[in-house]
Design a protein around this ligand. Sequence first.
Ligand code: NAP
Length: 275
Amino acid sequence: MEACLEIRRGFDCDLMTSKTALVTGASRGIGRGIAIELARTGARVAINYAGNAEAAAEALSLVKAAGGDGFIVQGDVAVAADRERLVAETMEKFGRIDLLVNNAGVAPKVRADLLDCGEESFDRLFEINLKGPFFLTQLVAKQMLKQAPDAEGFRGRIVNITSISAYTASINRGDYCMVKAGLAMMTKLFADRLANDGINVYEIRPGVIATDMTGGVKEKYDKLIITDERGITPIRRWGKPEDIGRAVRAIAEDRFPFSTGACFDVDGGFHLHRL
Ligand code: NAP
């Protein structure tokens, strides 16, 4: 108890009542930023990754340094057995899942014109970015339904990380746009299904965020955001993983208890129609 009070004094949190979260793709980029922001509230985070164990270990150290705790769980969200293991291991360690963040996602390996893009890329994006999150959400929602409501009256919360590509046509990565649009609809479906069961579901729609995913197109976006006379975003900077992390944190802290199926644009104002 004394140790817990020490932690409270140091980090303004209470590990006895701290929330538990499963964040997919938390080893790097946006997912890591989310895990760290949740850790600042004292949360315990299941840090999922696909193949980069070193990055996952680094993410866990940062989570601990930020005042949280957690563990690492390898698993490919596109694989059914891995999804089941993710949930089972999280339950074994934490006993309940207060928050699921469907963040893991990939971009096409090659940006190909709509008339030339192939089935392999389409299937890969569909499996990782949409089918995986759908069936993981199904599993976690069933677990949340078994949980007693927490102090705020919620059995759980679910956040889907989509993209401005959910509504922006990019004809050199149509597959990515289509699956992100699907993920946006998935948010509405689960929000409707689970609203009466004490589970709120949200979509966070990031703009252009500086991560490994966008590393290869840095020059292009530097120009579009910063150098061009009128940038594509009113707020003329790249987004940071922390920007998305702070939005997820607000949801985890129940700042939006009367909202479900809501979409938050965290994009520097990209979504505005400007003249
Ligand atoms: P990133 O830097 O490439 O990181 C991707 C993360 O997802 C890594 O942790 C990776 O794990 C994990 N991952 C990849 N495939 C996986 C799988 N099959 N199963 C489990 N985990 C997997 O990407 P990011 O930029 O942070 O993007 C995160 C999410 O935000 C994605 O859904 C992306 O579509 C979305 N988004 C990104 C941007 C942007 O500008 N960056 C904008 C809008 C939306 P390993 O480390 O093990 O590879």
